[in-house]
Write a protein that binds this ligand. Sequence first.
Ligand code: NAP
Length: 234
Amino acid sequence: MTRRIAVVTGASKGIGFEICRQLAQQRINVVLSGRDSARGEKAAATLQREGLNVIFHRLDVTDPKQIRALADYMARSHDRCDILVNNAGILPDKRGASVLDVPVDTLRTTLETNFYGPLQISQALVPLMRRHAYGRIVNVSSGLGQLEGMGDGTPAYRASKAALNALTLMFAAATQDSGILVNSMCPGWVRTDMGGANAPRGVDKGADTAVWLATLPGDGPTGGFFRDRMPIPW
Ligand code: NAP
């Protein structure tokens, strides 16, 4: 059987990098994408040295031209895209930020990466998934985006992840019965540049549920939100 091919966004470091490693360890060809070519090439080379089938492709998720170019590359060079992990994310909220005075510009910037990015990449790649009646889309979300228990603090980030979760449900509905499964996941609090040094989890644990969702069998769930491979409330 043809090896599956996956695109992971924001994968030069952190959880995305580890998702690439774990997917490639399952004999999946991986397109490790990132906005900085030098760092992305270096990250891909690290995994190649581990004997893994990983190549780098530049993708700033806020640039529609680069999104189109990536979709064209997947169609031209591979004729398929089986897996998309929307991992790239930013958290520009200031420490102590509140919804009472968060600048709208912070929301706009955050949504560009955390919401419009995954929206446009999914739109660009779903047609390629439909071509082979197979697709897995994993949106790397956060417990901070849960409506249940929604609080104040990091308001732009929370809004962006809640919106991303809505996108998961919309794409799951739009791709019903097409062989495409679309899910959100929360990695937990993970030691990365975003999570900080005090986070209790390593990237291996943070990546696990995303990889599980990216490799679901055909009768697996769609339109769900998961942490540690278990459903969690929206
Ligand atoms: P990270 O180490 O800061 O990595 C974030 C990645 O996103 C980086 O590779 C970054 O690239 C990339 N990125 C940012 N803007 C981008 C853009 N416009 N285009 C392409 N790539 C872009 O953070 P992380 O902890 O691994 O986060 C990965 C995902 O997990 C995010 O969606 C985050 O919201 C989510 N998450 C993390 C935690 C946690 O505790 N760490 C908890 C819940 C959810 P550069 O290197 O170029 O900046």
